[in-house]
Design a protein around this ligand. Structure first.
Ligand code: 13P
Length: 251
């Protein structure tokens, strides 16, 4: 059976003190979360060490919101996978829609970031998802398929044995308008089937999270679907109680 993974993507939020309160709050409630669910938070990079120290000795895992596609050198403003390793990161999000749309990250760059994470043993959380106009034009599968193909072409299907996929329909991110469990399940099944055509074992084992306006109130319905293995949570991950409710729904 696949494990579940609920990860909080804090985006550009938090201060030293609010982060301390949030991490302590999450830690206090972790006993109420099933042992089959991994729980992670992805703070802004500058706070990784702070969170690492606060989370020490607990089962709370750490992830970064991005990772450089290069290992080292003249890449101003970037953070490498080796650096993330030094601060205990198990995961790095790559290809988040905000990175793709606001910072112009291409499918190819995302694939290189994915590869850079894996070179250092960090598990990339590869985000894929369509815009509203793409969904309305019936292009959801071709867009998600194209985003996956960029990684498959350069890294191969076997690389997904050490990766997580997050399906995040862009129209559902931060809008309060979540995909229905059926809409999400359809795309998750498409992703798994696409990988299964290349390697059944890898497809069966890869964790596919859903992201986009997940809350305590809708998480259980989403997570009850066969191919939805947890969530990548934005806004609702900034409050310990709400985030824990989502984690409990993954039980
Ligand atoms: P929201 O949960 O705020 O919609 O954000 C989802 C997301 O982008 C997680 O990466």
């Amino acid at each position: 059976m696949r494990r579940m993974l609920v990860a909080g993507n804090w985006k550009l939020n938090g201060t030293l003190s609010t982060i301390e309160e949030l991490v302590n709050g999450i830690k206090q409630g972790l006993d109420s979360v099933s042992g089959n669910c991994d729980v992670a938070v992805c703070p802004p990079a500058l706070y990784l060490q702070h969170v690492q120290q606060l989370a020490a000795g607990s089962r709370l895992l750490l992830g970064a919101q991005n990772v450089c596609d290069q290992d080292e050198g003249a890449y101003t403003g970037e953070i490498s996978a080796a650096m993330l390793n030094e601060f205990g990161c198990r995961y790095a999000i790559v290809g988040h829609s905000e990175r793709r749309s606001l910072y112009g990250e291409s499918d190819e760059l995302v694939a290189r970031r994915y590869a850079a994470a894996q070179r250092k043993g960090i598990i990339p959380i590869l985000c894929v998802g369509e815009l509203l106009e793409e969904r309305e034009a019936g292009q959801t599968e071709s867009v998600v398929g194209r985003q996956l193909d960029a990684v498959l072409a350069s890294q191969g299907v076997d690389s997904f044995a050490k990766a997580v996929i997050a399906y995040e329909p862009v129209w559902a991110i931060g809008t309060g308008k979540t995909a229905t469990p059926e809409q999400a399940q359809d795309v998750h099944a498409f992703i798994r089937d696409k990988l299964a055509a290349l390697n059944k074992t890898v497809a069966e084992s890869v964790v596919i999270q859903y992201g986009g306006s997940v809350k305590g109130a809708n998480a259980a319905d989403l997570f009850s679907k066969q191919d939805i293995d947890g969530g990548l949570i934005g806004g609702a991950s900034l409050q310990a109680e709400e985030f824990l409710k989502i984690c409990q729904a993954a039980g």
